[in-house]
Unconditional design. Structure first.
Length: 386
């Protein structure tokens, strides 16, 4: 009955209905994918009740009553000034030994691994994406031991004003080149004259910029992400080589050689490569991890014996420790593309730029990808669709 005749029964009924509503709303808000709330049910009982941030700035998701915390990698332009300073100062402290001999030795060994295996399988179709995914994680783990658990390797978004890529804010911190000839970086945190940073050969950081070519536009990257896997893999690996060339040049610049990892810009650059691969797996393919190398799960990665292919297929379970990594989407590249197409800035998405990239000289690029004989077809039969 209703009314004031049975207030205790009414109170119990109200509490029961509120409890049901609360459980229902919790189960929807706690699912990893809101569109699949009916599939990913999360109980409202226990310590894991909702998505939250932990003390390391990681996003902790609830799944099947358990908590999974994921590191957040952001675009360089989306970091605060304090976060940018924290990252470059941590890299500098590890590289120069100010953080201790142990971190410096491990840092140098990691850089040497890339040089040793540069002409091996790490740049071919089998291992390029998985190897660099593991390599990024190893470097990030090292930097977090010094800079704290909130530190992650940001990504250099090439699609931000690509026709004037040298104006990107990242060069204010990592150093610029004042000319198109090889020279020591004169500014930023990795200028030897300012901070004492040196390469493994105790030399200054040298770059040789080339203004002939431009990185991929946002629209170009979106086309690549939706291509069949073989085309996606070929095209993205090619686009990854363009920044290597335009920053490192053909001379003594490290960024276009087997010693590219000695340039601190290497890791934000490859973090962006990993970001594109992450987008391919998570957003385009809806978490279908086994697209290419699932059948090679037991294959060991070159130079990193503790990693097998099965450890790097899922971006939410990287390495034997199953580290979860998420990328935070940057809106800057999409906005720059909009400005270019509406005539409010220089045409970053013009057909001329695409044809320029399409005519990227094969002999020059072969210097970077010499071991990749299997892809000569790709170099000579390239077509772009901006």
């Amino acid at each position: 009955s209703t009314g004031g005749n049975h207030p205790e029964q009414d109170l119990k009924l109200d509490n029961k209905m509120k409890k049901k509503k609360k459980v229902k709303s919790d189960s929807k808000s706690l699912s990893l994918d809101p569109k699949k709330a009916k599939i990913f049910r999360v109980p409202s009982t226990g310590s894991c009740k909702r998505t939250r941030l932990n003390n390391c700035g990681e996003v902790c998701h609830c799944f099947a009553g358990k908590q999974y915390c994921c590191r957040q990698r952001k675009s360089w332009n989306d970091l605060s000034s304090g976060e940018k300073r924290g990252y470059v100062e941590t890299v500098l402290a590890v590289a120069t030994g100010r953080a201790g001999r142990g971190p410096q030795d491990r840092f140098r060994r990691l850089l040497k691994i890339h040089e040793i295996y540069w002409r091996s399988a790490i740049h071919d179709r089998t291992q390029f994406f998985p190897w660099h995914r593991a390599y990024l994680l190893e470097m990030e783990n090292l930097l977090r031991q010094v800079g704290g658990c909130s530190l992650t390797i940001p990504y250099w978004d090439w699609t931000i004003n690509p026709d004037r890529w040298w104006t990107h804010d990242i060069f204010n911190w990592f150093g610029a080149n004042r000319g198109s000839y090889p020279q020591c970086v004169p500014n930023g945190y990795f200028a030897t004259s300012l901070t004492g940073f040196t390469t493994l050969q105790n030399q200054c950081l040298v770059r040789q910029w080339s203004y002939q070519f431009s990185p991929a536009t946002y629209h170009r990257i979106q086309n690549i992400l939706r291509s069949p896997f073989d085309r996606f893999e070929d095209d993205l690996r090619f686009e990854h080589g363009v920044p290597h060339y335009i920053v490192g040049g053909e001379g003594d610049g490290l960024f276009f050689t087997d010693r590219a990892a000695e340039d601190p810009l290497f890791f934000p650059h490859h973090s962006n490569v990993e970001y594109q691969f992450y987008q391919r797996q998570v957003r385009v393919l809806r978490k279908k991890w086994r697209e290419f190398w699932g059948r090679r799960k037991t294959l060991r990665l070159e130079g990193m014996p503790r990693y097998r292919m099965k450890h790097v297929i899922n971006p939410f379970k990287i390495g034997p420790e199953e580290v979860c990594v998420e990328y935070v989407e940057s809106k800057d590249g999409r906005y720059q593309e909009y400005l270019a197409r509406t005539g409010n800035s220089r045409s970053a998405g013009s057909l001329e730029e695409c044809s320029g990239l399409g005519n990227f000289p094969a002999p020059i690029f072969e210097k970077f990808r010499a071991p990749l004989q299997e892809e000569e077809r790709f170099l000579h039969e390239r077509s772009y669709s901006c």
